[in-house]
Ligand binder design. Sequence first.
Ligand SMILES: NC(=O)c1ccc[n+]([C@@H]2O[C@H](COP(=O)([O-])OP(=O)(O)OC[C@H]3O[C@@H](n4cnc5c(N)ncnc54)[C@H](O)[C@@H]3O)[C@@H](O)[C@H]2O)c1
Length: 443
Amino acid sequence: MNVGMIGLGKLGMPVALAMSLKGHDVMGYDVDARKMQKECFPHQEIGPNGEPSIEALLRESDLRFGSLDEVVRHAEIIFVAVQTPHQPRYEGVTTLPAERCDFDYRHLVDAVSNLSSAIETNGEDKVVIVISTVLPGTVRREILPRINDRVKLCYNPFFIAMGTTIRDFLNPEFVLFGVRDDEAAATAERFYRSLHGRPFYRTSIENAELIKVAYNTFISMKISFANTLMEVCHKVPGCDVDQVTGALTLATTRLLGPQYMRGGMGDGGGCHPRDNIALSWLARNLDLSYDWFENVMLCRERQTAWLADLIEEHHRRRGYAHRTVGIYGRSFKAGTNLTIGSPATLLANILGERGFEVQMYDPYVDEGPCPFDREGVYFVATNHPDFAAESWRFVPGSVVLDPWRFISRRTDVEVIPIGIGTDRDGSSLEMMLDEKSPVLVRG
Ligand SMILES: NC(=O)c1ccc[n+]([C@@H]2O[C@H](COP(=O)([O-])OP(=O)(O)OC[C@H]3O[C@@H](n4cnc5c(N)ncnc54)[C@H](O)[C@@H]3O)[C@@H](O)[C@H]2O)c1
């Protein structure tokens, strides 16, 4: 396939080389003319077969360079790998500044604007695939207003590590594709199929933006947790961090697998909250540099308080004179009557502190039928399948907040799924994509 690469830096050049090595006719362009050469590559990158440097591969490759207009004429799909830099004080090499800042999108905006004009001048539709790392919402805010209809835009961030860019690009865990044009996605998928058969995860552009940075911060989260254990082990005689983390790595079903990777209510049960709270005591006792466990518990508590905010907001919006709200579910685990450490009870307590009269009903805990009978705001705290059944009777006319996103739209109540961003007009990203997203296509 004829491919273009805009931006020939640490990411763009090795990826352009990888595509060329796979037989694609790749033409690159960079505003910095010094980057458009194959004589040397200043960054340490290993080749696809473990070659210690990519310089020889580059020199021998068919990769070529051209002006922006030439790349546009040449390419069927054009990747954009332009920098989105941060200021030096946001690199993590100094103590964390009090104020925070987004990435700098000026280079990316310039690159896409110029590319869009060149595509317009050329007069043919082109698939443009942005790879640069951005925060969620950026493409919609910064890029979409600057492109014309001939640009078929996709967002396709890479999960590669510097030094092993080519290997990671050719052997990804999955290809992440943010899409707003089905035809463009199909062309891109055809291209990726020529490289490997890995899963192609198609979703909205906004989801892809978030998935990319969530992936990175997930790694940071794992590392900081392991380092917390290292500090505990250093301070408790007889502990050895490698033995502790070594055991945890064996838990590939529950800890290091897909389990628990679902937005919903906070953690519950007779062990987890209390263990965190006890470990927070230990953290204070050992004078740990950071109380991770308190952090986890505060996060759980504030997220539950945020759910209470949503309930209040909908209560206000409906203008109910009464102060009653209802919670479906008391137990922390679906299909059980286990209520110990339940986040449903935490939610009820927070609402109670705010002056609400909170009613709770759980078919696995409470005797008799559900007593709720007043139109109002209800919250489904436990994902008992019963609540998602069409036959489940909610109080007609009520609002039902669903943090599990498992209750289908119904005509008798207004179901509000939590965790699906909506525009001001109320339309969700999924709706904008005609409910075709997300789609995981297996390789
Ligand atoms: N380097 C990595 O390993 C890596 C991994 C994943 C994601 N990313 C993301 O990819 C993006 C690029 O990263 P990088 O490390 O390659 O940056 P880089 O600074 O090394 O390279 C960017 C290149 O784009 C060129 N450029 C700037 N404006 C241009 C324009 N208008 N037209 C054409 N070329 C232009 C620059 O001259 C430079 O050569 C960033 O958003 C980064 O966060 C990088």
